[in-house]
Design a protein around this ligand. Structure first.
Ligand code: SF4
Length: 647
């Protein structure tokens, strides 16, 4: 995995290492991503990671696999520049030079790393490949195979599951074994067998989900469907605590990088997504070919928290879950709250949470989360099959601000059936919400492999083709690119359709919202009620004090729970006339103390005191301080740092 985030260890490697060690095997995890990042330095790393859909890292590593057979720097730079055009119009010549430098650095890095790994004498080298790691991993395994053909090579992970994995195994013949799916139950017997029998294991002796060299070119007709090549862990209980010692050992030898990293510890609460198991969001391909949800026992999760803290002295944890098991609110967070919240946690989580659940999560130490908000338009949420409405998203942003939980969320556009006016309506809401956490990005939606959009493109009347980057870093015909690709573009992508007024208004609104929320002190909208007068402080635009009495006061208090408009009117009508009620609601709407959405009246005012939100550097998923790293950057070092061999 030479190309991955550096601020956390890898849970894939950590869990596999722990399983293998429990099975009595000697194993070491190589954190090549740390070495590579250190070699490139802060500036180059940031640029290589930047740019959605550009695949600069894939191009660099594929240049080492296929020298002279893929796009040269000038052509690839023009492609990247086209994707980034709105932001960096004058950088083409500089980017061409950068790509040449990075390509040379990458090739040298791979040579030295492969040399050192081969010198360690391990009989088997395996790579874990999530989505941006497949081609870097293939490049490393190629170098190892060229130097030591006797070393058995192995690859697995979500970046090479089922059909993608079969294609990679067929087209990259230096990979001996492919593991498609979950290796938890099979990794120990598989490695034992490979060490015993060598490269040419009998295909029939391999566990489900594993493809070896003798089946590399099997006639497709003789094979079960690619989707059937998928190993599955039988039981989510009883896993060992992941082994992260090699990450910290590697980091300790890279002082410039180490000084800029506040690391976090990955931890697993579940696999899959309970929404996807019922009815997935249309664009989502994160849950692989098998959409099922399996939580780990809460006791195992709590044990891992304590054990990892004991080993590494850290309190920041990032859950690798695609969607937190809602049972954890009571089983994990209530327990952590009872223990005075000893850890800070980050989870991806449902957007449909009640106020009490958010309070419990906060009490238990969840300081940051990523809910599946995706849009402030119910129409867009419907076409995305999100399963909830926009008013719930607003309520969720309110409760999280009320209880001091920072939120990472994105708003998406470019759905095949969307209308531009839906974005315009969402844009109109944004100024009223500037005291709540803004979206991080305004992104076009992508059609990923395994998503409904990918599987049902024909029904939706759109054509789906591999993202154009693939043809620039892989020298294969279109049918092979279609097998290997994970991200796709469709004819109805917003990026292909060009600008739209509503979407542009929302992009501008999101930008202003982000600027306002960065202000210190942050914008506030809070109220204190003495039973007769409701005093509101509004600092969203300028500081304003508002005193509400009578029907206005009552309407704002009731709107806190976002009641349907008819229910609110009926409640207010017990003591007030229709005219009084209409005037009160009109006044609240005009002052943006409430908004009307989805037939509901949603109060936006919170109750003081508002807890401080975590700063950027306090994010529990780990933080890389790029400024600090850049300040400590020395000129590139001449070779891969040596490390003590601990096999
Ligand atoms: S986007 Fe999130 S909620 Fe939707 S299917 Fe994917 S993981 Fe589940």
């Amino acid at each position: 995995m030479p190309f991955a985030d550096v601020h956390t260890p890898s849970i894939s490697l950590g869990l596999l290492q722990a399983l293998l060690e429990r099975g009595g095997l000697r194993v070491r995890s190589e954190y090549a991503n740390l070495l590579y990042a250190d070699r490139l330095g802060a500036l180059a790393s940031a640029q290589i990671f930047a740019g959605r859909g550009c695949h600069v890292g894939d191009w660099l590593f594929c240049s080492a696999i296929f020298p002279g057979r893929i796009a040269e720097p000038r052509e690839f730079a023009a492609f990247v520049q086209g994707r980034r055009a709105a932001h960096e119009p004058d950088r083409l010549a500089r980017l061409v030079d950068d790509l040449r430098d990075w390509r040379a650095t990458t090739a040298q890095f791979l040579d030295e790393l492969a040399e050192r790994l081969v010198a360690e004498g391990a009989p088997l080298v395996g790579c874990s490949a999530t989505f941006l790691q497949l081609y870097p991993a293939l490049a490393l395994l190629k170098r190892i195979h060229e130097r030591a053909p006797g070393v058995i090579t192995l690859i697995g992970g979500p970046g090479c599951e089922t059909g993608m994995g079969l294609a990679a195994h067929r087209l990259f013949p230096w990979v001996d074994y492919l593991v498609s799916g979950e290796a938890d139950d099979i990794v120990v017997p598989l490695v034992r067998r490979l060490l015993r029998e060598g490269r040419e294991c009998e295909p029939a002796a391999l566990p489900a989900g594993v493809r070896g060299p003798r089946r590399r070119l099997a006639a497709p007709a003789a094979d079960p469907p690619a989707e059937a090549l998928l190993a599955r862990a039988r039981d989510m209980g009883g896993h060992p605590t992941p082994q992260y010692a090699d990450y910290f050992a590697a980091l300790a030898e890279l002082p410039r990088l180490q000084s800029a990293i506040s690391p976090a510890l990955p931890i697993e609460g579940s696999r899959g997504c309970w929404r996807a198991a019922r009815s997935p969001c249309c664009f989502c391909g994160d849950n692989g070919a098998r959409a099922e949800f399996r939580p780990r026992p809460a006791a195992d999760f709590l044990r891992d928290l304590d054990e990892l803290h004991r080993r590494h002295g850290l309190r920041r944890f990032v859950a690798t879950d695609n969607m937190m098991d809602l049972g954890y609110v009571q089983s994990v967070f209530r327990e952590l709250a009872r223990r005075d919240a000893p850890y800070q946690l980050f989870f991806e989580i449902s957007a449909c949470l009640e106020r009490d659940a958010v309070a419990t999560l906060s009490d238990g130490g969840m300081t940051w989360m990523q809910p599946g908000i995706e849009s402030l338009s119910t129409e867009i949420l419907k076409v995305a099959n999100k399963g909830h409405e926009a008013w719930q998203n607003v309520q969720l942003l309110k409760w999280r601000r009320q209880y001091g939980i920072r939120v990472t969320w994105n708003t998406l556009f470019g759905f095949p059936q969307e209308l531009d006016g839906w974005h315009a309506a969402a844009a109109a809401l944004a100024p009223a919400l500037s005291h709540l956490n803004p979206p991080r990005f305004f992104h076009p939606v992508m059609a990923c492999r395994n998503s409904v959009y990918f599987a049902s493109a024909a029904e939706l009347g759109v054509s789906v083709t591999p993202s154009p980057a693939y043809a620039r870093f892989l020298p294969f015909p279109p049918e092979s690119l279609a097998e290997l690709a994970f991200t796709f573009e469709s004819a109805s992508d917003a990026s292909a359709r060009g600008p739209c007024d509503g979407a542009e208004a929302l992009a501008a609104g999101v930008f202003v919202w982000q600027q306002r929320f960065r202000r210190q002190p942050k914008p506030e909208l809070v109220m204190v009620d003495d039973g007769e007068i409701l005093s509101v402080l509004d600092t969203r635009d300028r500081e304003e004090h508002i005193a509400l009495t009578g029907v206005e006061r009552l309407a704002l208090l009731l709107a806190d729970e976002a009641p349907p408009r008819e229910e609110l009117l009926a409640e207010l009508a017990r003591e007030h006339s229709a005219r009084e009620i209409a005037e009160a609601l009109e006044g609240l709407l005009r002052r943006r103390l409430v908004i009307a959405l989805d037939g509901r009246v949603i109060g936006l005012v919170l109750k003081p005191p508002l807890p401080d939100l975590a700063g950027d550097e306090e994010i529990p998923s780990g933080y890389l301080d790029r400024r600090k790293w850049r300040a400590s950057d020395a000129p590139p070092i001449p070779s891969t740092p040596g490390r003590s061999s601990r096999t």
